[in-house]
Design a protein around this ligand. Structure first.
Ligand code: GRF
Length: 209
């Protein structure tokens, strides 16, 4: 039986959340091994960060020739690695239902709003913050949830809230939210890896014993 849990991180962007996880592992505040980083962009900051820390990387790009088989390739890769947890940290592809169902309660996603508000298809990156500001909401935040076939709708693991200022725009909101996301994702990985929770409907209930 493995003692240290293996996690795989899927990231498309600059990888600041990946970096938060790397830092937490290296400083001992997260007891996990980052088995691999998978990116769908060849020039992502996430890949550079992983390489700097000697973490195995894989690039899987969706193109004309693998349009139908793309997620089969991703599945094969994940199956080979056999992680305890798959973390979507700014991964810009929506996993099909069949793939999500291969890893029940083993995939979590970081989303830059307080779900169930401002989520679902089309709500990604700065678009989320633009919609939040347009709505007139006074509070936003970030969410880590289990991935289920319905986009951004799975049981919520943890959230953090942030007050919106009158002079905020999508850029400033994203900037101010970023450190909250970094601590949230680390806390969520830590929590999920303990396995000390149960799912009741769409609720994640902490086991107290
Ligand atoms: C984060 O804002 C996250 O909420 C969203 O994508 C962004 C990724 O940022 N899903 P980074 O690449 O980790 O810096």
């Amino acid at each position: 039986m493995r003692s240290v849990k293996n996690i795989v991180i899927l990231a498309s962007g600059k990888g600041s959340n990946l970096q938060a996880i790397i830092d937490a592992v290296e400083t001992g505040s997260l007891d996990a091994n980052i088995a691999a980083v998978i990116s769908d962009k060849r020039d992502s900051g996430a890949l550079e960060r992983a390489a700097k820390h000697s973490i195995p990387t894989f690039v899987l790009i969706r193109n004309q020739s693998n349009r139908d088989t793309y997620f089969n390739l991703l599945y094969e890769r994940l199956r080979e690695i056999d992680p305890d947890l798959i973390v979507l940290a700014g991964f810009m592809k929506i996993m099909p239902a069949w793939l999500v169902e291969k890893f029940p309660l083993k995939v979590i996603n970081l989303h830059p709003s307080l779900l169930p508000c401002f989520g679902g298809p089309g709500f990604y990156g700065h678009k989320v913050h633009e919609k939040v500001i347009e709505s007139g909401a006074k509070i936003t935040g970030c969410t880590v949830h289990f991935v289920t076939p319905d986009v951004d709708s799975g049981p919520i693991v943890l959230q953090k809230a942030l007050e919106i200022r009158d002079n905020d725009d999508a850029v400033s909101l994203a900037e101010r939210l970023s450190p909250l996301e970094h601590s949230l994702i680390v806390d969520a990985v830590n929590f999920v890896l303990t396995g000390k929770f149960q799912i009741d409907g769409n609720r994640v209930i902490r086991k107290t014993l």
